[in-house]
Design a protein around this ligand. Structure first.
Ligand code: GCU
Length: 132
C-alpha cells in the first residue's frame, strides 16, 4: 500500500510551535517542541481495518543529547543528528484500530522533543514507498 505522509505542522500541537528556520523540512515547516517533558504532537490516522503499521518520524536534533519520546505507547529514541538542518528518521511499529486512531508523540525529558517534520504511515518493513 502507499504510505501516507502526515505533516507535523498540520497535527494537533501541545506546547510546541511551527517554525521554518531550519531548511530541509517538507511542507510548510516543522514543529519545535517546547523544552520540557510532556510537550506533544498528535496525529489522527484513519484505518479501514485493525492492522499493524510502521510509523516513520522525520526529525532533527541539533544537540548531542537523545530526546526520547513516547510514540503511541512505545519508547522511541531521537538521538542527535549533528545539526538542526540535518533530518533523519526514527521508526516504530504500532497497532492501529479500525477507524480513527490518535497517535501522540510525547517528549519524555526536560529537553522536550526533537524538531519533528512529519509522520509517515507504512507497512511494517516498508522501504520503497513508490510501489503499492
Ligand atoms: C534551538 C533550535 C530550535 C530547537 C531548540 C531546541 O533553539 O533553533 O529549532 O527546537 O534549539 O533545543 O529544542
Amino acid at each position: 500500500a502507499q504510505a501516507a505522509l502526515l505533516e507535523a505542522e498540520n497535527a494537533t500541537i501541545s506546547q510546541g510551535v511551527v517554525e521554518s528556520n531550519h531548511p530541509g523540512y517538507t511542507g510548510a515547516g516543522f514543529v519545535n517542541y517546547d523544552n520540557l517533558a510532556g510537550s506533544y504532537v498528535e496525529w489522527t490516522i484513519e484505518s479501514a481495518e485493525a492492522r499493524t503499521v510502521e510509523l516513520t518520524l522525520r526529525y532533527a536534533n541539533g544537540t548531542t543529547v537523545n530526546r526520547p519520546m513516547n510514540v503511541a505507547g512505545a519508547l522511541v529514541d531521537f538521538p542527535g543528528t549533528g545539526a538542526w538542518t540535518t533530518w533523519r528518521t526514527a521508526r516504530v511499529t504500532v497497532p492501529l484500530n479500525a477507524g480513527a486512531n490518535l497517535v501522540r508523540a510525547t517528549a519524555l525529558t526536560a529537553g522536550g522533543g526533537p524538531n519533528v517534520d512529519s509522520l509517515t504511515v507504512g507497512e511494517p518493513g516498508q522501504t520503497d514507498w513508490s510501489v503499492a
